[in-house]
Design a protein around this ligand. Sequence first.
Ligand SMILES: CC(C)(COP(=O)(O)OP(=O)(O)OC[C@H]1O[C@@H](n2cnc3c(N)ncnc32)[C@H](O)[C@@H]1OP(=O)(O)O)[C@@H](O)C(=O)NCCC(=O)NCCS
Length: 199
Amino acid sequence: MEGAHRLDEAAIRARVQVSRSGAGLPLPVGQSLCSGIVCLRVPAAEDLEFIRRMWADVETMEPVGGPVVLSPEEGVRWYRRWVDPGSADRAYWLVTCEGRPVGEISFRCFDPVARAGMLNVKIVAWERGRGHARQAVRAVLRYFFEDLGGTQMNDDVALSNGAGQSLMLSEGFTRDTTATGVCRLYLTRRQWEVRQSAR
Ligand SMILES: CC(C)(COP(=O)(O)OP(=O)(O)OC[C@H]1O[C@@H](n2cnc3c(N)ncnc32)[C@H](O)[C@@H]1OP(=O)(O)O)[C@@H](O)C(=O)NCCC(=O)NCCS
């Protein structure tokens, strides 16, 4: 058992070294992760049309502060910051199901020393309630903790956003009760590993 533990530690160190040497973030366009019924895919520039439509949709954006309307030029600037060439402090995927885009998932604020991230997931209003978000969160957490050597994933969810809170708490996140004005949630690598071994 102790030997197995040492192997785990060595594997994590090796993965961290890989990501530090540049094979981690930013992710290449087209990189994909799959979990259950969903596949996550780093979007191509052509996917901007769906992303802009999703952000402009009133019902989809209602729990997270309302719609955001980007011009095509603003969309291209966003794509450069987040995807291509992107940045080593963030990752962004489209959530797809049977080939059609149903939402997005991302994390930001990653740095190579603290190795923590801030999660965001969104499913378009007309595709909710089918397990897409849960599977997307699982796929990203697996990538974050196993492949990238992440130490802690954080998420700030609005106090009024019951669906978002319920999703994160049911995936093992803990609420930081010292935070005020927001539901501050976190999941450490240790907490995630304990959950994995209980599955
Ligand atoms: C929160 C959100 C991502 C859920 O997406 P979804 O694909 O409908 O979620 P799932 O079908 O995978 O449901 C997973 C869990 O989320 C919670 N949940 C989802 N919708 C819910 C709702 N309307 N009310 C309460 N809990 C809800 C439940 O715990 C659910 O598990 P259950 O089905 O066993 O009850 C979606 O409503 C959304 O995009 N909201 C706007 C963005 C947002 O709030 N993001 C979360 C914070 S980053």
